[in-house]
Write a protein that binds this ligand. Structure first.
Ligand code: 5GP
Length: 193
């Protein structure tokens, strides 16, 4: 019984630990691939071009956007982020599933388009104060930047009712187990066959 691939969209406030979670999720299940977004933001220390993101100039991004090369795109924290369409379509046609780590604006765009099978998951930090602490510990952002990220996080959480699932990232292993369960169950749905 063949089926088309599913897009597992994971959104979370910045600093919720979703990157680690998504990477572990992809590594733990067969047939699950990670989408690599393009962004105009500069790489953070330790981030690798073509692995964490594809880092491009704003001019190049806008050119690609005009050519309709993105499945979705959004402006987050004054930088552009987009999901390259071609690679995703290729995987989904082959029955491969893809994990997209994108913000709420991008998720709503994919939801509205209805052209692809998607499952939307929201990852929450245990609390806002915990999130603040995690952003501070990461020490890649300035105080002003952290305050801005917290403001945006509160706005993002208001989109929670439009998602299919919520996972609280308190203990990494249990959050991962919840994510894995969602993927496994969604793959078994009869309507997808
Ligand atoms: P960061 O700069 O912290 O890596 O990511 C900032 C925000 O942009 C996060 O919420 C992340 O999920 C989101 N993001 C990353 N890639 C994409 C993308 O391709 N599309 C959209 N809409 N958001 C993205």
């Amino acid at each position: 019984m063949k089926r088309k691939g599913i897009l597992f969209i994971v959104s979370a406030p910045s600093g919720s630990g979703k990157t680690t979670l998504c990477n572990k999720l992809v590594d733990s299940l067969k047939g699950l691939n990670r989408s690599i977004s393009m962004t105009t933001r500069p790489p953070r220390p330790g981030e690798r071009d073509g692995i964490d993101y594809i880092f491009i100039e704003k001019e190049e991004f806008l050119k690609r956007k005009k050519k309709n090369e993105f499945l979705e795109w959004a402006k987050v924290f004054d930088e552009y982020y987009g999901t390259p369409k071609k690679y995703i379509k290729h995987l989904v046609t082959k029955g491969q599933d893809v994990v997209l780590n994108i913000d709420v604006q991008g998720t709503m765009k994919i939801r509205r388009a209805k052209s692809v099978n998607s499952v939307c998951i929201f990852v929450l930090p245990p609390s806002m104060s915990e999130l603040q602490g995690r952003l501070r510990d990461r020490s890649t952002d300035t105080k002003k930047e952290i305050a801005k990220r917290i403001r945006i996080a509160k706005k993002e959480v208001s989109y929670l009712p439009r998602y299919d699932y919520v996972v609280i990232n308190n203990v990494l292993d249990s959050a991962l187990e919840n994510l894995r369960s969602i993927v496994i169950a969604e793959r078994c749905r009869i309507e997808r066959r």
